[in-house]
Design a protein around this ligand. Sequence first.
Ligand SMILES: Nc1nc2c(ncn2[C@@H]2O[C@H](COP(=O)(O)OP(=O)(O)OP(=O)(O)O)[C@@H](O)[C@H]2O)c(=O)[nH]1
Ligand SMILES: [Mg+2]
Length: 391
Amino acid sequence: MPANLPAEAKQKYREASLARKPEEKIKKLEEFMSLFPKHKGTENLRAQVKRKISLLKREIEEKKQKKAGAGGPKVFVEKEGDAQIVILGPTNVGRSSLLSLLTNSKVAISSYPYTTTEPTPGMFNYQDLQLQMVEAPALMEGSAEGGAWGLQTLTSARNADGLIFMVDLSQNPTEQFSLISRELEKAKILTRKPKARIEIEKKHMGAKLKFIVLGRLIDCSVKDLKQLLKSYGIRDATVKIQGEATLDDVEEAIFEGTTYRPAIIIANKADHPNAAERIEQLKKTVGNEMKILAVSCITKVGLENVGSEIFEMLDIIRVYTKDTSKRDASMRPFTIRKGSTIFDLAKRIHSDFYKQFSYAKVWSKRLRFSPQKVGGTFPLQDGDTVEIHTK
Ligand SMILES: Nc1nc2c(ncn2[C@@H]2O[C@H](COP(=O)(O)OP(=O)(O)OP(=O)(O)O)[C@@H](O)[C@H]2O)c(=O)[nH]1
Ligand SMILES: [Mg+2]
C-alpha cells in the first residue's frame, strides 16, 4: 500500500505537482520514484508514475512536432456532443466499419491490419442525442506498457464517458475480450463499478479543502483525509467521495490511479458461419458482467440496437427544458445522471436558476397530472420536460 511513503518522497511529489514545465515534472517524478522502496506494495504506484511520465514525454514530443509544423498524431480527441464513446479492440475486428456506418466519418476500412493509427472521431445522432464515437487504434499485447499506439488508445479510453469492447466472431472472441480486459486492467481502467468513486478537483489558492462525502469513509475520518492531502501539498481542492472509501483509496486517487468507465461488448461479423457458437462461448466467459450485442457491419444485423445499448450503458437521462415565455420545449435535451433532481438540472442550466429557484413545472406522460408543479428535490426521469420558475 502506498500509505507508508517516506516524507522525503511526499515532498518530492509535492515539487512535481508544483513544477510547471513537463521536463521539470518528469525530473521530479523520476526522483520521486527513486525515493521509495521497490516492492509489491509500491508496484501500482510505480506503474502509475511511469505512465504519467510517458504522457508528459508525449506532450513534449507533440509540442516539438507542432513547432516543426509536422502536426503529429493526436493522443486523444477533444470531447464534443453529449457523450464520448471509445471503440476498443484488436486489429481488423471492424471498428472502422462500425464508425463509418454509425457516423459521418470517412475513416479507411481495409482487410489489412493496423489501418487506423490515430484516434478517429465521428458523430452518431441517436434520437436527439449526439454521441461522439471515437475509434481508437488497435489494442494488442503490451499496449498498456506503451507499445505501438498503446498510449493513445488507453488515454482515449480513460478520457471517454463509455467504452465499446469490439470483438470479431470470425476469430476467437473470448481471447479478444480477455486481451482488451487485460490491457485496460493494467492501465487501471475498471469496467466494473468500484465500491468508491473519488474525485479530487484542485482549486485556486485560498479555496481550502472541501469534502463532499456522499457515501461512507471506512476506518478514517475527514480529519485523516485532510492530513493525507496536506502531506502531498494539496491544500486547495474539492474532494468528492461516493460509495465506501478507505484512506488508501483516496491516496490512489491522488495519483490519478484507477478510473471507472462503463462498457458494453459488440461482437461483430455475426454473418460468420461459426458466429452463434462463439457468441455462446463468449457469454459463458463474460457472465452477467457486461452486455453483449451481436452485429454484422456487412449484413447490418443488430446495428439498430447500438444506440439504445450505449444510452443504457451511460446511465444518463434526457431532460428537455422550456422557457417560461415560450410555448415549446427545447429540441436538444440536457443529459444528466440518472437519479438527478430538479435542483441538479437548475445548477446545470445556470447557477442563478438554482439560487433564485422558486418552483418548477414538469410535463411527462408518467405523471397523473401534467404539468405538475414541483419543488427542487423532485426526481427527474428520462424524457421529462421542465420549466423552472425563479423568484
Ligand atoms: N464478414 C465480415 N467482415 C467484416 C465485418 N465488418 C468488417 N469486416 C471486414 O473486416 C476487415 C477490417 O475492417 P475494419 O473496419 O477496417 O477493421 P478495424 O477494426 O478498423 O481494423 P484496424 O483499424 O486496421 O485495426 C475489413 O475487410 C472489413 O470489410 C462484418 O460484419 N462481417
Ligand atoms: Mg480501423
